[in-house]
Design a protein around this ligand. Structure first.
Ligand SMILES: Cc1cc2nc3c(=O)[nH]c(=O)nc-3n(C[C@H](O)[C@H](O)[C@H](O)COP(=O)(O)O)c2cc1C
Length: 272
């Protein structure tokens, strides 16, 4: 009886002329409902695929920053060469927490697992960071060949997320690569330009006294200067993004970032 009444109501609305406001509103509401059901269903169904693609993209970037990515690379099997570990950034020691189940971005938002940075410490403008950070170690037998560290910080318009790789001395930079940012294409977005990224290769983060010296400068590096090995050309027309990158690299390699870990690794005193 009620169904008949409902059908009668729907039928009644549909039998109205097309320019009747009641019919227009009814059709619009039904269309919105159907579309929202379709969008939310596909979002739920595609979520695992999106997560898998995201994880594959991270692996691809780690391989790229360490120079292992080739056009025909099987990303998953190449990535298996890396040992993934968690570092307690305060002490620089490895942690026992399982890296496979650890989400560093989630940990950075969890008051039990993060630290809030003072304005003096926060040169990367990130506000807080996770206590534990992932590192990706590439070995040949027992010998460390490379280490890849995740870094992030604010540029001009956005937080840039990426990786920096180190050679076995934990001082010589192998590469720098960002996998997410929203800087302006052609300006700050030139952080993705392979020519600029290549400028980082071979630069030394620390001087002989162990002081952190790496810096993105305004303009071009003068190779006649002794400290050229610590300096990278700024992006022209994008000084603000360049300064952001310089600051975020300095934060993550500094005392409040991976500094304690890098010191232990370069001195060979880190416990496995
Ligand atoms: C629409 C627009 C987008 C910009 N995007 C960036 C950017 O992504 N990164 C950046 O450093 N500067 C960007 N700038 C330029 C900055 O405002 C600033 O002028 C520049 O960083 C100064 O660098 P320079 O001293 O090398 O010219 C943008 C400017 C405009 C008008």
């Amino acid at each position: 009886m009620t169904d008949n009444k409902k059908q009668g109501l729907i039928g009644g609305i549909l039998s109205l002329p097309n320019d009747n406001p009641k019919k227009t509103i009814f059709v619009a509401v039904v269309l919105c409902l159907v579309c929202s059901i379709l969008v939310s269903t596909s979002a739920v169904i595609l979520k695992p695929l999106q997560q898998a693609n995201k994880a594959a993209d991270i692996k691809k970037n780690i391989l790229a920053v360490s120079g292992l990515l080739t056009d025909d690379a099987d990303v998953n099997s190449l990535f298996e060469q890396f040992e993934v570990k968690l570092v307690d950034l305060e002490t620089g020691d490895y942690s026992d927490v399982d890296p496979a189940t650890y989400d560093q971005r989630k940990a950075a938002g969890d008051s039990e697992r993060n630290v809030t940075l003072s304005s003096e410490q926060d040169i990367a403008s990130i506000g807080r960071r996770a206590k534990l950070a992932k590192v990706y170690i590439l070995k040949d037998g027992d010998e460390i060949k490379q280490a890849v560290l995740p870094i992030h910080g604010y540029g001009l318009w956005s937080t840039l997320y990426g990786f920096i790789s180190f050679e076995a001395d934990f001082n010589t930079i192998g590469g720098l690569q960002f996998y997410a940012h929203a800087e302006t294409p052609g300006l700050g977005g030139e952080v993705d330009n392979p020519k600029w990224r290549n400028l980082w290769q071979g630069k030394k983060a620390f001087n002989d006294n162990g002081e952190l010296k790496i810096k993105v400068i305004r303009g071009h590096v003068n190779f006649k200067m002794a400290d050229a090995v610590h300096k990278v050309d700024g992006l022209s027309g994008a000084t603000l993004t360049s300064t952001g990158v310089s600051n975020l690299v300095n934060y993550w390699l500094g005392d409040h970032g991976f500094g304690p870990y890098l010191k232990k690794m370069s001195a060979g005193t880190e416990k496995e």
